[in-house]
Design a protein around this ligand. Structure first.
Ligand code: NCD
Length: 343
């Protein structure tokens, strides 16, 4: 896997990997996302994508990624079609990704796709006549998640008068199979003075190609399987779920559940005050896993729902940039708040 950075032309582009982004691109996404806040919070409405169609093709379980992409598109005035199971599509009849893509791209203006196979979304995008966004391909990448995570990290740090340039971040849990963490690691490497703690069971370490990329870029990092060491002296804790669906069996996955768990007591005893707690979600709240205990729900440093809210802004920004309407939204917007009209 090559990690190359090149300036990105958003209009009409696929979003397949964080490798496509440089810092200027990220700043543009974040600036656009910030400008869309009045629309995401329903203070303003826009129909700038009226008549446009998003096909949301999710061939793996999803709650927030699928719904937030769909809601983001609706909030810009577009329509959403979706499929949530391979069995409900002609892929189950042996149709190739190529054919599915060629056909669907005739019905849509943009496609978001999640699929269990690494590289499948890129293969699908090759055949598509409209832009394709990777909503997660196997254990490979989840670029929109990394963008919303970095956006959240920056905002959380700002609120504590810190910034990303020298941030200390711990990535914790299943670093081997977690695509969210793979994309996040790539995006963090664009900030050369960050320092990273890679905290995982020894069998679930970050893949070698990412570790050597960290070395090549001289990013300061350590690897440890000791959670207490991992969560001390950092600004951000990024917890992750054991990716059970990527293991050969659930009994294999079960060996690792519960090894990297955080609760209020462990947090109080080991973390600096105001250490921010993040998780891409879903957190596995079953007793044997419980990587992020419910007793942290009242902790003001728990940023998981700020992350999910930010996901909407980031996904609206991606659509606006890819479909070339980011400058038009403000022209066509109406300041009428139709929710307040209803009451
Ligand atoms: C993540 C995913 O699907 O990779 N979830 C998400 O999209 N927010 C993380 C996970 O499933 O553990």
């Amino acid at each position: 896997m090559v990690l190359e950075f090149f300036a990105m032309e958003f209009l009409g582009s696929n979003i397949l990997s964080i490798d496509q982004f440089d810092r200027k691109d990220i700043d543009l996404v974040f600036k656009t996302a910030d400008s869309l806040f009045p629309f995401a919070s329903r203070q303003k409405i826009t129909r700038v994508l009226q008549g446009a169609i998003l096909s949301n093709m999710f061939f793996e379980p999803s709650t927030r990624t699928r719904i937030s992409f769909g809601s983001a598109f609706n909030m810009l005035g577009g329509e959403v079609r979706e499929t949530t199971e391979v069995e409900a599509t002609s892929l189950s009849k042996g149709e190739s990704l190529y054919d599915t893509s060629r056909v669907l791209s005739g019905y849509s203006d943009v496609i978001v796709m999640r699929h269990p196979d690494v590289g499948s979304v890129a293969e699908f995008a090759e055949a598509s006549r409209v832009p394709v966004i990777n909503g997660g391909d196997g254990d490979n990448e989840h670029p929109s998640q990394a963008l919303l995570d970095l956006f959240t990290i920056q905002k959380e740090l700002e609120s504590h008068k810190k910034d990303i340039s020298s941030a200390r971040i711990a990535l914790i849990g299943d670093l081997k199979y977690g695509r969210a963490v793979h994309s996040l690691c790539k995006i963090l490497m664009l900030y050369e003075n960050v320092s990273i703690k890679l905290v995982s069971p020894s069998k679930l370490k970050l893949p070698e190609f990412l570790v050597s990329e960290l070395q090549k870029k001289s990013i300061s990092f350590i690897e440890t399987s000791d959670i207490k060491e991992g969560i001390s002296d950092v600004d951000i804790l990024y917890m992750t779920r054991i990716q059970e669906e990527r293991f050969d069996s659930s009994s294999e996955a079960n060996k690792y559940k519960g090894l990297m768990s955080l609760n209020q007591d462990i947090y109080t005893k080991n973390c600096e005050p105001n250490t921010v707690i993040m998780h891409p979600l879903p957190r596995d709240s079953r007793a044997d896993a419980n990587e992020l205990d419910d007793d942290l729900n009242q902790n003001p440093n728990l940023a998981i729902y700020r992350q999910t809210d930010n996901g909407l802004l980031i996904r609206m920004a991606l659509f606006a940039l890819i479909l070339g309407v980011s400058d038009k939204i403000h022209e066509t917007s109406s300041s009428v708040n139709w929710f307040s009209n209803k009451s």
